[in-house]
Design a protein around this ligand. Structure first.
Ligand SMILES: Cc1ncc(COP(=O)(O)O)c(C=O)c1O
Length: 443
């Protein structure tokens, strides 16, 4: 089958036009919510995105039609099992995995990561090394730190460059040694939006003889993922961050998932992915996730230029390409608009020429108001943002912001309207109050 050539530039123009954005937004029932006279503004995507109507309908349909446990000798169980199998196959397509047995579902990314890290820990010896970063969400740090205590593993830290919140790659190089067993790194920062050079990191780790564990939770709603091209041994993400239900999703190279001994009940199969999916899977959530993939396939066809006979993988890649293009425009607008708010300081990449090195997630402080005050005031205006450290625990400390409430975080998704960015900037200008005169260094 030949690959469709997504017409990406056209696609972006089409998705960004008012009529096309309205088509996208109409797919998400939650976006119809009003706050007074204005649409409620969901800028809290990094905490969880909204679900398209197809996903909600698929969840209801499962519950009405085939709500049953696994492997029963009766029709509803067989139909439920078909949903579960299809969800694995679709998730493998989303991540670019070669086989459905390479993906496992769990409660969330954190729970899956504790399960995998504990399983890996069984074979580690005192003095073995694990590399973690100060950029990562704590869910890709704490599970590895636990092995320090339990197995005598040595933790090597990689810091950030404070000027632009990128990983210190020299430190990365120095952190690797012949004793490195695992490198745990995020694909995108859930705080400052930096995209890390993960393909290069995987190469460096493999050259040192180590495996890699990539946290793609924050990247998944923004960029196409290709685990084979990336070469990583493991990758995790969370469907609720990419327009799906509350679930975690684990990818592992087949030999890794097969070789590792998981913690499981005795009668459960020793095969992957079942050995990683402890207990009963939430069938209704897997059904909903199929609805999410259905939505993304529609985006790939309508806005990404994926035309028949494009495969599901090709439609999903086209969708994520179109989303990336659309979000690039939103990110540039956000940089410009937020950059004009007096007293507002974005941490991270702010140079528009480097827009491809980030996703549209912005963390900032506003002079004269704590992050919590800002988020609360925005909340009163129907604008959902976040404040604090959002579990980017080390990053906030590396920036010296832990005692002052961290930062405000604004996370854009492809369904956000440019109008929302202007409303946000206007609200922030009002909140900057006494600082509304431009500061000397900004004029
Ligand atoms: C980058 C990143 N990693 C991991 C997590 C944890 O995900 P989960 O809630 O699925 O455990 C989050 C959640 O905010 C995240 O943003």
């Amino acid at each position: 089958m030949t690959s469709p050539q997504p017409r990406r530039a056209d696609a972006s123009a089409r998705m960004s036009s008012g009529a096309q954005l309205a088509r996208i937004r109409a797919e998400f029932p939650a976006l119809a919510r009003m706050h007074g006279d204005l649409p409620y503004s969901y800028l809290d995507g990094p905490g969880g995105t909204q679900m398209p109507r197809r996903a909600i309908a698929a969840m209801t349909d499962y519950l009405e039609r085939c709500n049953a446990n696994h492997e029963g000798a009766f029709p509803t169980s067989r139909e439920s099992d078909e949903v579960l199998a299809e969800a694995h196959a679709a998730a493998a397509d989303f991540l670019g995995a070669s086989d459905a047995s390479e993906v496992a579902f769990g409660q969330n990314m954190t729970t899956l990561t504790f399960a995998v890290s504990r399983a890996i820990g069984r074979s580690l010896k005192p003095g073995d090394e694990i590399v973690v970063t100060r950029m990562d969400h704590d869910a890709n740090v704490a599970p590895w730190l636990a092995l320090q205590e339990e197995r005598g593993v040595v933790i090597k830290w990689v810091g950030i460059r404070r000027t632009d919140c990128t990983l210190d790659m020299d430190e990365f190089e120095r952190a690797l040694s012949p004793r490195t067993r695992m490198v745990a790194v995020g694909l995108a920062s859930n705080a400052v939006g930096t995209l890390n050079p993960v393909a290069r990191i995987v190469e460096m780790a493999h050259a040192a003889g180590a495996q890699t564990y990539v946290d793609a939770v924050h990247a998944a709603p923004h960029v196409p993922i290709d685990v084979v091209a990336m070469g990583t041994d493991f990758l995790v993400c969370s469907p609720y961050k990419f327009f799906g239900p509350h679930l975690g999703l684990l990818y592992g190279k087949r030999e890794r998932l097969e070789q590792l001994a998981s913690y499981k009940v005795r009668p459960a199969s020793d095969d992957a992915p079942g050995k990683w999916e402890t207990g009963t899977l939430p069938g209704e959530s897997l059904a909903a996730l199929l609805g999410t993939f259905g939505y993304l396939e529609w985006v790939g066809s309508e806005f990404g230029g994926a035309v028949p006979p494009a495969s599901r993988r090709e439609r999903l890649v086209a969708a994520m390409g179109a989303i990336r293009e659309t979000e690039r425009g939103l990110a540039l607008q956000a940089l410009a608009s937020l950059g004009e708010v007096p007293g507002l300081e974005i941490r991270g990449i702010v140079d528009p020429a480097r827009i491809d090195e980030r996703v549209p997630t912005f963390a900032f402080t506003l002079e004269g108001a704590s992050p919590h005050q800002v988020a609360s005031e925005l909340g009163k205006r129907g604008i959902a943002t976040w404040d604090g450290d959002y579990y980017a625990y080390e990053l906030i400390r590396a920036l010296g912001l832990e005692k002052t409430g961290g930062m405000v975080r604004v996370g854009l998704a492809h369904y956000n309207d440019p109008v929302e960015i202007e409303r946000l900037a206007q609200a922030l200008r009002e909140l900057s109050g006494p600082h509304s005169a431009p500061r000397p260094d900004r004029t």
